[in-house]
Design a protein around this ligand. Structure first.
Ligand code: ARG
Length: 578
């Protein structure tokens, strides 16, 4: 908001002479000065200097003069090639507060209803839900929320790995060593044991691999037994995954596994053939991607069975043509970079101009307390265990800090799970993360619990505030007596900094949406909580002075609202009490 007002005044100053091209251009130029006592905003004059063919310091002096002459409550000081701008707080604080309280504050229109299909989570059936799938789930959900708040129409799709050669292995293992009873008790654990055993035994008995291939071929050809066993594995895995999603508070608009595309691949293969893109290579069929300097994309294996990229081609076409996607996002680990480059390149070769609208949204590897994951060897950290551990630790802290809190278990669940989600999302997604539960669960520092705790603190201040009689005269820009207002220093420096931070929310949201980067919002939450706590420690909110108290309470209320909205964007809950 301050940027807008500054831009209006600046644009007004330049009227008549060559203009920059409207307020948005001015907004783009404005910066935040490195030190808050230099001013609220700074305008570097280099671009203007080029346009007007004058030295930047000269422009700065002239522009500062013009701003001051306008007398709009913005004080301008030239500092070398910069103009530093300081807002009159008495005039602008009520305006900012009113703007923040407007119902449409913090929503953007830039998405204009564009449909964005987000491929997220996408775990594999009969394998445990891995840490990579956890990252895809929480990053995907946050991107969904961020795009939704930015005017897009996002659609979440869980692209279950429910097809492929691993099912041949799974069925083979089941036929040799499996038992329904044991499987029913611990579906994922038992499926995993079977999978691990298959790989161990296959070292000594390579013929097991042939058997597995045969089962997968049967599966693809509609064999009754193979399909019955497959459906059974899908069912038991899904019920486990659903439990996890419920705990993480994640929902999907569609759950369509790879198997959904079984009857949609043949037309794609035909199309590739007709376009002369399909080439034989050692009995298999590939699309060569030499021009793109990529290895060939495998489409059909020697035994005629389909493969991962083939299914992704059919999937992308379906999302575009049937789901009506304007953009296709794939929230999948960075290790699949080549796969998506190949798939998007093949789409382009097929003449699908919308291949440009496909984006792989990669993220880095996450280790839990230094441990990696490997499904094959079975040394797997179970996500369930990690979540339980986080919740147990959160409960211990709550027992210690607030022994009389109501609904402790529920709050611990929100704090424990929130700590994991926030601990993941606060990192730029592409970074590798060495996740430490201990660190993520600190109530001080850059953590989820810290932000949640700040939110709960605000709620208790607001509660206390309600016991005072509300001022008969709410403070708005219209009726504030500026002198009276100024005499009280209603917000103080810390309050003003906090207020500006709240007003900056749309800037952060816009950045998060265009970079598909939830960490921008996690940063925003941390900074906002820090600025609130500085304000809280510096200024008494519940003062005896009614007007002052009302303004400070309003600032606290708006801060709570922003924190709750931001946490919600990240998929983290905000308990009212902690
Ligand atoms: N199931 C795959 C895996 O776990 C991820 C699928 C990602 N999405 C896609 N459309 N390929 O590796």
């Amino acid at each position: 908001m301050l940027n807008q007002w500054a831009a209006q005044v600046l644009a007004g100053c330049m009227e008549g002479s060559e203009n920059l091209g409207g307020e948005t251009e001015w907004i783009r130029l404005l910066e935040t000065p490195p030190q808050s006592d230099w001013g609220d905003l700074a305008l570097p004059c280099f671009t203007l200097a080029r346009m007007l063919r004058k030295a930047p310091p000269q422009i700065a002096i002239e522009l500062a003069q013009a701003v001051n002459d306008r007398n709009q409550g913005i004080r301008a000081v030239a500092a070398g090639p910069y103009v530093n701008l300081t807002f009159n707080r008495e005039q602008y604080a009520p305006e900012l507060l009113a703007g923040l309280a407007a119902p449409d504050f913090g929503t953007l229109q830039e998405g204009e209803g564009k449909r964005v299909v987000i491929d997220m989570s996408s775990p594999n059936i009969a394998k445990p839900f891995g840490i990579g799938h956890l990252r895809s789930t929480v990053i995907g959900q946050a991107i969904y929320n961020i795009l939704g708040a930015s005017g897009y129409t996002p659609v979440r799709v869980n692209h279950l790995g429910d097809w492929g050669t691993q099912f041949g292995k799974q069925i083979t293992a089941y036929k040799h060593w499996g038992s329904d009873e044991v499987l029913a008790q611990d579906p994922i654990g038992e499926s995993l044991k079977l999978y691990v055993r298959f790989h161990e035994e296959a070292v000594e008995h390579p013929e097991l691999e042939d058997e597995a291939r045969e089962w997968f071929r049967k599966l693809e050809n509609g064999d009754e037994e193979a399909n019955r066993l497959w459906a059974y594995f899908v069912k038991i895995s899904l019920s486990e995954f659903d439990r996890m999603y419920a705990r993480l508070n994640v929902k999907f608009d569609y759950t369509l596994g790879e198997s959904f595309y079984n009857d949609k691949m043949q037309p794609v293969i035909e199309e590739l053939r007709q376009l002369n893109l399909l080439e034989e290579s050692d009995g298999a069929y590939v699309v060569r991607l030499e021009e793109e300097q990529l290895p060939p994309c495998l489409i059909l294996k020697k035994d005629g069975t389909s493969i991962y990229p083939t299914r992704d081609l059919a999937t992308a076409i379906y999302r575009r043509e049937v789901m009506g996607a304007d953009r296709l996002l794939y929230v999948v680990g960075g290790e699949q970079k080549l796969h998506f480059q190949q798939v998007f390149s093949v789409l382009k070769r097929m003449g699908k101009s919308w291949s440009e609208a496909c984006t792989h949204v990669p993220f880095g590897l996450m280790r839990f307390e230094g441990k990696k994951m490997s499904t094959r060897r079975g040394k797997v950290i179970q996500l369930d265990e990690v979540l339980n551990e986080a919740v147990a630790r959160a409960l211990a802290v709550i027992e210690e800090k607030s022994p009389h809190l109501e609904h402790k278990e529920q709050v611990a669940e929100q704090v424990g799970i929130g700590a994991i989600i926030f601990g993941d999302l606060k990192n730029s997604r592409i970074n590798e993360v060495d996740f430490s539960l201990e660190e993520a669960l600190q109530f001080e520092g850059e953590t989820g619990p810290y932000v949640q705790y700040t939110y709960a603190r605000i709620q208790s201040v607001l509660d206390k505030g309600r016991s005072y009689e509300k001022g008969s005269r709410p403070v708005t820009s219209e009726n504030a007596d500026q002198e009276e207002y100024a005499a009280m220093e209603p917000l103080g420096d810390a309050g003003w900094e906090l207020l500006k931070q709240l007003a900056d929310y749309p800037v952060y949201l816009g950045r998060a949406a265009s970079a598909l980067e939830p960490s921008v919002m996690a940063r925003y939450a941390i900074e906002t909580a820090q600025k609130f706590n500085r304000f809280y420690n510096k200024e008494r909110i519940l003062t005896e002075q009614q007007v002052q108290r009302d303004v400070r309470l309003e600032l606290a209320r708006l801060t709570g609202e922003r924190l709750a909205v931001t946490l919600h964007l990240l998929g983290v809950q905000a308990p009212e009490r902690m």
